[in-house]
Write a protein that binds this ligand. Structure first.
Ligand code: SF4
Length: 389
């Protein structure tokens, strides 16, 4: 029996039961495949499951999702991270409804034209939802194949060789099941090395359906794929302000749609530039919203600065945020100043203050806030009582 058939047979009896999957040999709903594949980018299956279910109960079909507002989609995505995925998913749903008359594209090259759909997702959707022969390759599958063929080159130079081996193994029929089998092997058997009791874990070659043809299994398989030495993550620092009004509202701002945390709701914060120094208070930038708010309220509000900062790890940098809480601020003061044009001499401050969205504290939990801001809330609650009710 050839290796590919061996893997498919293994899949028939050992596959994971996941909410977006169909039984072996059957094509899945392309909407569910796209939703799950976009959610699974950089995110674990366990983290994705409740979000996947929530999206399906809110928007059972692609046209339902396309008819929602971006705000609703961002709120439902809050906490899952990498928020550009939510914006792209929403745009892709709208594009399919308008440009493709609601018919899901079924070829890789057409799928690649959708926002947020890269080579991996296009191949996965084409293979799993439409039964196309496509070479589906992500970091997990890359690891399996690099070990299986003992590919000596460092990543990313090794990618063409990995693809060539995978192309040879990929069947004409059931390419989607084959890809999902490799995903399952990557998650349960041919796992990345993890530290356990001071030692690196090894893949479970004894139960692997690829074992009989695997060249790497007898030579420290965890050393594949070969990678260049890691660079340390950059450290960034900044300040964040929780501003609570005397009528129980909290000040938020919405990030621009493009870029990091695009479209998400944040507490007023400084920018987070590279190279900010450890143990040094980050300077509040002149002409920033945070600066304008402090100037307006510092004299009258109760102010408390937390000693303990919030830490959060993004994909390419680590962030440390120092938190200031101001309570009892007069929300009306800002409205009065804006309405009466009393800040007319300071048009920049006016523009900045107009960005503030006052959210009732009782509704804060439902806002589309990223995980880093949820951590800020948790820390603030621990020090100053509950902010969310
Ligand atoms: S035999 Fe071992 S190293 Fe080879 S693919 Fe399977 S688990 Fe990975």
């Amino acid at each position: 029996m050839d290796m590919t058939q061996h893997v498919l047979d293994w899949y028939d009896s050992h596959r994971r039961d996941l909410p977006w999957r169909m039984p072996p040999g059957q094509h899945a709903d392309p909407y569910k495949v796209m939703l799950s594949e976009i959610m699974l980018q950089q995110t674990t299956v366990e983290a994705v499951k409740p979000y996947f279910q929530r999206f399906l109960s809110l928007w059972p079909t692609l046209s339902d999702l396309a008819a929602a507002s971006q705000d609703e989609v961002m709120k439902a995505w809050a906490g899952l991270g990498y928020y550009s995925r939510a914006r792209n998913l929403y745009k892709a749903a709208q594009l399919i409804m308008t440009e493709y008359d609601g018919q899901f594209p079924d070829q890789e090259d057409e799928l690649l034209k959708l926002p947020g759909i890269g080579g991996y997702s296009a191949a996965a959707i084409a293979a799993i939802a439409f039964g196309r022969r496509a070479v589906v390759i992500d970091a997990n599958i890359e690891r399996i194949i690099a070990r299986y063929a003992a590919i000596p080159d460092l990543l990313p130079a090794a990618k063409p060789a990995i693809r060539a081996v995978l192309d040879d193994l990929t069947p004409n029929e059931r390419a989607g099941d084959f890809a999902q089998a490799l995903m399952d092997i990557g998650s349960r058997i041919c796992t990345p090395p993890r530290k356990k009791a001071g030692q690196l874990s090894q893949p479970q070659c004894l139960i692997c359906p690829l074992a009989s043809g695997c060249q790497g299994r007898h030579a420290d398989p965890s050393s594949w794929p070969r990678k260049p030495a890691k660079r340390a993550r950059a450290m960034r620092r900044g300040e964040v302000l929780i501003l609570v009004s005397d009528d129980n509202h909290v000040a938020l701002t919405r990030r621009p749609d493009q870029g990091l945390l695009g479209g998400m709701m944040l507490f007023p914060t400084t920018s987070w530039p590279d190279g900010s120094r450890r143990h040094v208070d980050y300077p509040i930038e002149a002409n920033s919203l945070l600066g304008a708010l402090l100037e307006m309220y510092q004299a009258t509000a109760n102010q408390h600065r937390l000693n303990q900062p919030v830490h959060h790890i993004f994909s390419h940098f680590e962030l440390e945020l120092k938190v200031t809480i101001m309570t009892g601020v007069r929300r009306q003061l800002m409205q009065d100043l804006l309405v009466q044009d009393l800040l007319v001499q300071d048009l920049l401050a006016q523009d900045l203050l107009a960005q503030v969205i006052w959210c009732p504290l009782t509704e804060l939990a439902g806002e589309a806030m990223p995980s880093v801001m949820r951590k800020v809330v948790t820390l603030a609650e621990a020090h100053r009582g509950r902010f969310m009710s």
